[in-house]
Write a protein that binds this ligand. Sequence first.
Ligand code: SF4
Length: 371
Amino acid sequence: MTLSSLKVHRHEDWREQLRRAVRSVDELQKWLDLSPEELQGARRAEAAGLPLQITPHYLALCDAKDPGCPIRRQVVPRIEEDREVEGDMVDPLGEVAHELVPGLVQRYPDRALLVTTDQCAIYCRFCTRSRIVGSGEGPLKPAAVDAAIQAIAERPAIRDVILSGGDPLTLATGRLRALVERVRAIPHVEVIRLATRVPVCLPQRVDRELVEALRPSHPIWVMTHFNHPKELTPESARACAMLVDAGFPVMNQSVLLAGVNDDEKTLEALFRGLVRWRVRPYYLLMMDPARGTSHLRTPFAVGIELMERLQGRVSGLALPKLIVDTPGGLGKVPVGPDWVVTRGKGRTTLRTHRGVEVDYIDPPDPSFLPT
Ligand code: SF4
């Protein structure tokens, strides 16, 4: 049974969705039969660390009875968040070490990421930035915004600015528009990206006012984050269609999560559904080893095997790249099954998804061709 039948999500106004978000254990218990592991985890989250917050829209997707529900696993804290394992990191992407000025991170020569706020619509239990999100700081302070804009302006190599957080779409529309306009005014910035889970968990936020405020600053790409086909709701379909129709390319970055989407049928349904919405499955990310998330991580081999099974089964349009964002912030590495059997001089033997081996012959060296 999902909670949609109880109509917990019927608030059309996004501010009302945020106001009515579940933030306490007592509220959560009204809607879900919490397991002992969830109850302890929720009490811990209420006291410290990454807070508990679930919009009515997202809560309505939860199975009230089943702690293994893939939506619940993403947002309901569990006591395993207390567990420390080898490889855990507080800042898996080395963002502190790559900070140019407070809130502005540069890990690649041509890109910079601006942490616009610590606020999100929901707090995902696998968040790579759990060290800062939901800390109560709110939007980046005006002086910090000024410093970040100046730092971008002083670095002509930066062509692509990612507004992230927290979730930039939780900012008031006027504040977000002003920020986007300042970034757009920097001549060498070619592309602006909005990294947001709002189309998934607060789709009511994507409204005419937002779209009209941002579209003059195109090209703006929206990088969103659907992880499971249950998230493909009519409300989210409307939000994505509105963005795409208004000229915002929408790309999806899924995280591979244990007990959520680590099987091929779930991923296939998710990727096919996104393509039907004109949303490109862009990355499937091996989870960052953020502290307290080991119960949601999958072994590396699982990611490779899933990609192997999906290859040939879904079209390239629906097949994202499998990515490891290397711990320490040293950059993303695309990984996948090895389709090359042998590589010889002028001849490479490939394995197809059917298991057949086929030779690919290089063209002759031009210097040996008859003239
Ligand atoms: S919406 Fe993004 S930044 Fe916010 S908690 Fe979820 S993953 Fe982290």
